[in-house]
Design a protein around this ligand. Structure first.
Ligand code: KG4
Ligand code: ZN
Length: 337
């Protein structure tokens, strides 16, 4: 069974081909146009998707070595995401499915980040997570703890009540004068810094919910106060600031993950979303794995940020259940699962 996946929820246009749960290709066009604005500009994103979508799909098919006539279904991101961006992928998917007379499959972007763990790998089939699976989904827009009972049966048990973890990285990075997205830059700087140099505020929320807006404010005020005393402060302490910020974010994320594992008894643990690329977070998970008898699943780097392979794999599991979508479908910018 061959599925074409299309992802266009934010600022990456991606298309991928998955055959029987294995990835044959995962093509991508990223948009550098947003860098100078310090964040994604929705109007520019949808225009760039419109320009990129045909070459990217073409690339995905060519790299997979298959023709469009061999496709069994088209899976696309219906939401959540930016409406203008979602419209491009949705309309393209509908048009292609109609012209090929094959099923259309809508995919929830967040569910897809989680299901990227269930891409079947040629050599390591046995390393797919067992069920139930506890996944920490951390991206620029989301921070959620999700219990996966089955591929298409997931439940959110905790989530952020304000900013997402990726936003905390990006906004604090902006305070430090770093470019967007700041997360990867903080990660790089943190390697050379002292994580205990500075202390920032941590939320005191009960249950499994997260909050990052207090940390962001505490970081901003701290840096502002230090700059009043020494205008070279950021330049001089860049690495220490990054390391201390990263340590605080990771501690907040890990505390709830550990609590959720203890409460649910689930020891099959994974992370997903853009922040899953963070080296400190990956190390923290590996450390807990040996301490707590967890089986930890870290996604490959190419599947941490937005990509269409995760859309196509979700399409694969939905196809197995004949879970198809009617052509009257429209994008859902705030789609829930
Ligand atoms: O999942 P994603 O590609 O897009 C969505 O937000 O849906 O995630 C992007 C987020 C950004 O906030 C970016 O700064 C963060 O992931 N990110 C990182 C790292 N790589 C990407 N944050 C911390 N460390 C990283 N290495
Ligand atoms: Zn994403």
């Amino acid at each position: 069974m061959i599925i074409l996946g299309i992802e266009s929820s934010c600022d990456d246009t991606s298309a991928a081909v998955v055959k029987d749960g294995r990835v044959l290709s995962n093509a991508m066009a990223s948009q550098s146009v947003h860098e100078k604005y310090g964040g994604v500009v929705p109007e520019l994103a949808s225009r760039a998707h419109q320009q990129n979508i045909i070459p990217v799909v073409d690339d995905a098919l060519k790299s997979a070595g298959i023709s469009s006539a061999e496709l069994d279904a088209i899976a696309f991101t219906r939401g959540p995401g930016l409406m203008g961006s979602l419209l491009v992928g949705t309309s393209f998917a509908k048009g292609l499915a109609l012209s090929l007379d094959i099923p259309l499959i809508e995919v929830n972007h967040l569910q897809a980040h989680i299901l990227s763990h269930f891409i079947i790998k040629e050599e390591k089939e046995s390393t797919l997570p067992g069920l139930p699976f506890l996944c920490l989904l951390v991206s620029g827009g989301h921070t959620q703890l999700v219990v996966v009972e089955d591929y298409l049966d997931m439940k959110i048990i905790g989530q952020t009540i304000d900013d997402a973890a990726g936003e905390a990285f990006d906004k604090c990075a902006k305070v430090m004068g770093l470019s967007y997205p700041g997360g990867p830059l903080i990660d790089k700087l943190a390697v050379k810094g002292n994580p205990d140099a500075f202390a920032f505020s941590k939320p005191k929320l009960s249950g499994f919910d997260y909050s990052f807006s207090g940390l962001k404010t505490s970081f901003l005020y701290f840096v502002r106060d230090q700059l009043k005393m020494n205008d070279q402060f950021i330049e001089l302490r860049k690495a220490d600031l990054a390391a201390s910020l990263q340590k605080t974010i990771i501690t907040i994320l890990m505390d709830k993950l550990i609590k959720a594992s203890e409460k649910t008894g689930i020891t099959e643990i994974g992370i997903g979303g853009g922040v899953a690329a963070n080296s400190g977070l990956r190390n923290a998970l590996r450390q807990e794995e040996s301490k707590r008898n967890w089986n930890v699943y870290l996604p490959e780097f190419r599947y941490t940020t937005d990509n269409a392979a995760m859309i196509a794999i979700t399409g694969y599991y939905k196809y197995l259940k004949k879970n198809f979508t009617n052509h009257s479908v429209i994008p859902d910018a705030r789609m829930k699962f």
